[in-house]
Design a protein around this ligand. Sequence first.
Ligand code: SF4
Ligand code: SF4
Length: 90
Amino acid sequence: MAFSINQHCVNCFACESVCPNQAIHEAKPHFIIEAKLCTECNGEYDEPQCASICPIEGAILDASGEPLNPLGSLTGIPVERLRQLAEARP
Ligand code: SF4
Ligand code: SF4
């Protein structure tokens, strides 16, 4: 099983150096996780190092495609409030 990075990534480089397996690489248009190298940090760390340092909600997904840092988890903004703000945009 492996994690992945999606288009929300802002190419900040933070995750690249913390991966114990050098599974994360710069690419276009955003960083990628090389699936065959990603161990989900099992046996190495209590939490996935990439997700623990990534500042962007929703940029790193687990093997099921679920965000490791879901909406509101880093900013503390309630999801319902985020929805209201999105709906209020012209
Ligand atoms: S979960 Fe761990 S092994 Fe997989 S990409 Fe992230 S830091 Fe690397
Ligand atoms: S830490 Fe997050 S935003 Fe930064 S490069 Fe990695 S996936 Fe992209």
